[in-house]
Write a protein that binds this ligand. Structure first.
Ligand code: SF4
Length: 359
């Protein structure tokens, strides 16, 4: 099935969309909008904003009005905040029904969401399962903790789906989160056998930039390769812009998005005589910067190579390439050498070539 989050389609064959979450104080509308704009420029397509209190719910109206991308309100504990956020015009609600309280409250939120025509994401998390569920699954799975946990997360989500379905609400997305990669993968696989709701995928509390990136890439990557997942968030203890960058790279790596451009760079070795790590970083940053400024980069593949041993060969497949030499760099364009330059000068020439390629 498919849902629409403020016009961004999720599920039913729609492209996998990238989400992130603001980490500003939601009550500070300007700071929150500033971060949303930064994230949208980096490629974020749906933004989730925490609504911890009434003042934050009140701020949602202005945030929704000015945000360049659809806004989802993240609600825990207080169903009234969900109602106030819906009133404020949000494009989706993320609820953890496990901590919202009575069924009546969940149903009240569902009625308001139905009226507003917005989807609800049910977020079932390993950390907030209904009481006794994990214990029951531990007995059922004879102490296999991973299987029991995956089954409990799924059961928790199914219970909440049923609550909403019973009142005729099916505009649902589901997430099944655990900070353990294998448990997460098991849970999504299991759930997909039971319901066809669009899946919001990710590894929760994945960790710092490096660890979180590895865990998310493996978890989200494995799910996407198995054909599961309709929208995703890479959760990192880092600037949310990093989450969006990593999400894009995951989608590119599994072939769901075309890199623009694909930057290949060698690992360096004893033959490298230039600062290749610095150069590769400078090239990536430059491309990111011009893209965020709205420039279209007309290159499919760009090579940044440490030496001329492999440089020319790799560069042949690339529209542009730069390879190191003795204190100098060689530039390639569509397989041909276009010049040899001092490092700094070479980077400047490369920048111009990137900007002008295909124009
Ligand atoms: Fe070493 Fe050259 Fe290969 Fe880079 S391209 S790893 S510098 S041989």
């Amino acid at each position: 099935s498919q849902v629409s989050v403020g016009g961004v389609l999720v599920g039913g064959g729609a492209p996998v969309s990238i989400q992130s979450m603001t980490c500003t104080d939601t009550r500070d509308v300007n700071a929150t909008l500033k971060q949303i704009n930064k994230l949208a420029a980096a490629g974020c397509e749906i933004i989730r904003v925490a609504v911890p209190d009434k003042a934050a719910a009140a701020a949602m109206q202005e945030i929704v009005k000015q945000s360049p991308i659809p806004v989802i309100a993240d609600i825990h504990f207080d169903y009234k905040l969900a109602l106030a956020s819906i009133e404020a015009g949000i494009h989706g609600v993320r609820l953890n029904p496990g901590n919202i309280g009575s069924k009546d409250r969940v149903l009240e939120v569902a009625a308001a969401a139905k009226e507003a025509g917005i989807p609800i994401r049910i977020g079932s998390n390993s950390g907030s399962l209904p009481k006794g569920l994990l214990e029951a699954k531990m007995i059922e799975f004879k102490g296999d903790k991973r299987k029991a946990m995956a089954a409990a997360i799924v059961e928790g989500a199914l219970q909440q789906c049923t609550v909403l379905e019973e009142c005729g609400f099916t505009n649902i997305k589901v997430s099944l989160k655990s900070s353990d990669v294998l448990t997460t993968i098991d849970a999504y696989r299991l759930f997909a056998e039971k319901r066809s709701y669009p899946l919001h995928i990710g590894i929760t509390e994945a960790g710092s930039l490096q660890r979180g990136t590895v865990k998310s890439s493996i978890g989200i990557g494995a799910l996407l390769l198995a054909g599961l997942g309709d929208t995703m968030r890479v959760s990192l203890t880092a600037d949310p812009v990093e989450e969006v960058k990593v999400a894009q790279m995951i989608l590119e790596s599994v072939g769901l998005r075309k890199p623009q451009p694909e930057i290949i760079s060698c690992p360096t070795c004893g033959r490298t005589e230039i600062d290749l790590i610095g150069l590769a970083e400078k090239v990536e940053n430059f491309i990111e910067k011009i893209k965020s400024e709205g420039h279209k980069v007309n290159i499919n593949k760009l090579a940044v190579m440490g030496c001329v041993v492999n440089g020319p060969g790799e560069a042949k497949e690339c529209e542009l390439g730069i390879a190191g030499g003795k204190g100098k760099v060689v530039l390639f364009k569509s397989g041909e050498t276009i010049g040899t330059y001092l490092e700094e000068e070479g980077f400047e020439v490369l920048k111009k070539e990137i900007l002008n390629f295909g124009k």
